[in-house]
Design a protein around this ligand. Structure first.
Ligand SMILES: Cc1cc2nc3c(=O)[nH]c(=O)nc-3n(C[C@H](O)[C@H](O)[C@H](O)COP(=O)(O)O)c2cc1C
Length: 216
């Protein structure tokens, strides 16, 4: 079935996108406003976009017309944020921080979140998150009137000790992190425990396969 986005209202286009672009990793972002008030909220329009420089991107909307979500506003005002990743263990607390509280309410306080001071930026990281990335703002790409793509450079990454296989070679036991992803609809999520392996095919091995087939 064809869905022509030129003829579909924004809310319906959004439904098609979030029902099909899955699973999406979740950036659980901690920021501070100019007065130092802590803020935390999850965002699943999120991914990594470059290794060098190390860049993450997050699509952040508005609460109402002309009122950007506090996270985007704080990042714009201070240029700093921490992206925490969400494990099965912290999912309920992540969900509490998604409540659309009035400005000035501290979500980390509401969700009973312990935080740990960051090394390079003012906002702290979430203590129970298995991975946290300290980031500085590179650019906000305005997307229409009510959304912005926040691009941030990762300055440092904290990974839970038990998940580090080799700190010199930077090998991480990814399944041990038990990260979750956002799926379709309002409340569906995926675990990252249903794995299979598929190795990359070297070009020479692929060519050899053609030769073998031709000689049959
Ligand atoms: C799992 C999850 C993912 C979300 N992803 C996004 C997102 O990608 N973009 C967005 O604007 N809001 C997203 N939200 C909604 C925000 O978390 C919510 O509006 C929050 O109240 C914003 O808080 P803030 O105003 O403190 O920044 C998501 C909510 C949940 C539960």
């Amino acid at each position: 079935m064809l869905f022509d986005f030129a003829t579909i209202p924004a809310r319906e286009r959004y439904k098609l996108m979030v029902s099909t672009i899955v699973p999406r990793p979740i950036a659980w972002i901690v920021t501070q406003d100019l007065q130092g008030q802590l803020n935390a909220a999850p965002f699943s329009f999120f991914n990594g976009f470059a290794g060098d420089p190390p860049v993450v991107g997050i699509g952040i909307g508005s609460h109402d017309a002309g009122r950007p979500k506090d996270t985007r506003r704080n990042i714009r005002d201070t240029g700093q944020f921490v992206v925490n990743l969400v494990s099965e263990e912290v999912r309920e607390r992540m969900n509490i921080t998604a409540i659309e509280f009035e400005r000035g309410v501290s979500e980390p306080h509401e969700a009973g979140l312990a935080t740990v001071a960051s090394v390079h930026v003012k906002p702290p990281r979430i203590a129970d998150s298995p991975v946290s990335m300290e980031c500085e703002l590179m650019q906000i790409v305005e997307l229409g009137k009510e959304s912005g793509l926040v691009l941030g450079r990762i300055l440092a990454m904290h990974v839970r000790d038990e998940a580090v296989i080799d700190p010199v070679k930077h090998h991480i036991d990814t399944p041990q992190l038990k990260l979750i992803g956002r799926m379709h609809g309002a409340g569906w999520y995926a675990r990252t425990s249903d794995l299979f392996r598929m190795d990359r095919i070297p070009r020479d091995a692929w060519k050899l396969r053609d030769t073998k087939l031709e000689s049959k």
